[in-house]
Design a protein around this ligand. Structure first.
Ligand code: PLP
Length: 408
């Protein structure tokens, strides 16, 4: 089949909406437009029924016992804000300490920074050079003032999958609430809030082939029952935790997306891992001084993140962007030209943090696309290096650190 350009391989910024999801949503914009809180007529009942069905589908996908444990939000960012701020405020009398990691997405990190300004203490546990947090380090960080542990399930840049079950077990033993930002994991890898002892879990529809603008926070109801201070006051929707009229079409789409993910996950994750491995092999076998970021095993099947020494990530993207959509660093921080804080947290040099490229595959990518993207990436890197005096010096055996760039 002829390739269609540009090829999208930036699916950890957002995924294309599945046509089956769009089809499920459409009637809820037009003939089925009722308000789910209208309790006294069929329009309301129909909308409420659709919300209930979606809740059940999402609950099933994450192994929640009761669909009522899901609180719909506008997306992952809001779910994370509600989890962290809501728990911090609710349990403030118990303690003021939060444990998280250095590689959380901005929604987690910036919320923690705000809580610090409000008097909370936050420990940012570092990760190893493979991007994994050591459970023992989290253990050591817990004090008698710790009320919350928040560790992301899968990293948005390097795809690393943390040992969530071990962290959940630790938090449960210590009587501390455990939140995970699972926006990149839900729908891609098995997630089970019961088996993994997760108390709060954030997810979003647009990273699992659903629409943008809707997400959910799982809030455990039993063993322990978790309570949160709401951030938005109003009509008391969503068990008082998030007021506001529910976006019925978006929630219906979210539910359908969850249903499809559950059905296809076993086959899809194997297929995408194979495509990703092919891409990785093609690139790493042709480009020298290219380094895989993250853990080669414990990562999302669709994620590949490579630093190419002596080239700027942004220049690689510019060389490719007419034909291929990739990303250098997190989509949410790529508006700035700061090096990736995630890659820097692995202990990489600033230069290597500047030269990381994220390839993230999705449901609709093909083998032909992978072959094309690999070929073009290799060409662009070679061209950029041919123009790089640093690369030339390094190839001549000059230790770049020994060079004095100006007369002293
Ligand atoms: C790990 C992670 N957390 C949170 C978010 C924010 O989710 P949303 O875009 O739905 O607000 C993202 C978005 O890409 C993400 O990758």
């Amino acid at each position: 089949m002829a390739l269609k350009f540009p090829i999208f391989m930036d699916a950890q910024s957002t995924t294309p909406c599945d046509q089956r999801v769009v089809d499920a949503m459409l009637p809820y914009f037009t003939e089925k437009f009722g308000h789910p809180a209208s309790r006294n007529h069929p329009f309301g009942w129909e909308a409420e029924g659709a919300i209930d069905a979606a809740r059940q589908r999402i609950a099933r996908l994450i192994g929640a016992r009761d669909p009522k444990e899901l609180v719909f939000t506008s997306g992952g960012t809001e779910a994370i804000n509600l989890a962290l701020k809501g728990a911090a405020e609710m349990y403030r009398e118990k303690g003021n300490h939060i444990v998280t990691t250095a590689i959380e997405q901005r929604a987690g990190l910036d919320t923690c920074k705000r809580l610090e300004r409000q008097g909370f203490e936050v420990t940012y546990v570092p990760v190893g050079s493979n991007g994994l947090v050591d459970v023992e380090d989290v253990h050591k960080a817990i004090t008698d003032k710790t009320i919350l542990i928040s560790v992301m399930f899968a990293n948005n840049e390097i795809g690393t999958l943390q040992d969530i079950a071990a962290l959940g077990k630790l938090a449960r033993e210590k009587g501390v609430i455990f939140h995970t930002d699972a926006t990149q994991a839900v729908g891609k890898v098995p997630v089970n809030v019961e088996a993994m002892a997760i108390d709060l879990l954030s997810c979003t529809a647009h990273l699992m082939y659903g629409p943008k603008g809707v997400g959910a926070l799982y809030v455990r109801r039993k063993g322990p029952r978790v309570r949160l201070q709401p951030m938005i006051d109003g009509g008391g929707h969503e068990r008082g935790m998030r007021s506001g009229t529910l976006p019925v079409p978006l929630i219906v789409g979210f539910g359908r997306a969850a249903e499809i993910c559950e059905e296809v996950m076993p086959e899809e994750s194997v297929r995408l891992a194979k495509l990703r491995d092919r891409l990785q092999d093609l690139i790493l076998s042709s480009v020298d001084e290219a380094f895989l970021n993250g853990d080669p095993e414990r990562r999302l099947p669709q994620n590949l993140n490579i630093s190419f020494a002596y080239v700027e990530g942004e220049s690689v993207l510019m060389g490719l962007n007419k034909e291929t959509a990739l990303s250098s660093g997190s989509a949410c921080t790529s508006a700035t030209l700061e090096p990736s804080y995630v890659i820097a947290a692995l202990g990489a040099s600033t230069e290597l943090a500047h030269s990381s490229i994220r390839f993230s595959l999705h449901r609709f990518n093909t083998e032909e696309e992978v072959e094309f993207v690999a070929k073009r990436t290799i060409e662009v890197i070679k061209r950029l290096r041919d123009m790089s005096p640093l690369y030339e010096l390094a190839k001549e055996g000059v230790d770049l650190k020994s060079i004095r760039w100006k007369a002293e």
